[in-house]
Design a protein. Sequence first.
Length: 132
Amino acid sequence: MRYATALTRDPAATYRQVGLVGRTSTGDPHALVSMLYEEGMSALRSAAWAAERRRFEMKSERVARATAVLFALEAGLDFDAGGEVSRALEAFYHDLRQRIVQASLGTDPRPFHDAADSLAEIADAWRSVRGA
């Protein structure tokens, strides 16, 4: 009963949770990686928005979300099959996490926008490789 009560307190959160379950239930690893890229970019853009408006709690939450996404992307790397590409992505994710954490100490939204743009470049490359 507590679970249902918690879900009705925040209908938007419930909708997001149901949507997330629906998108991840396909089991398609390529789709899951795309979803992680989208979530990471969204979290970074939200962090920038929060930094601009001095909404520090929201900024902190979004930074935590973005770094968690980057950890998940890194954990999914297959170094045996991916070779140099996997190692390059590992370094990219690590560097991006470091930049995000450093940016979280200030109030400038630009580093979050830059990080989202960097992640978008990788996401675009992922989509083009996947589509080929």
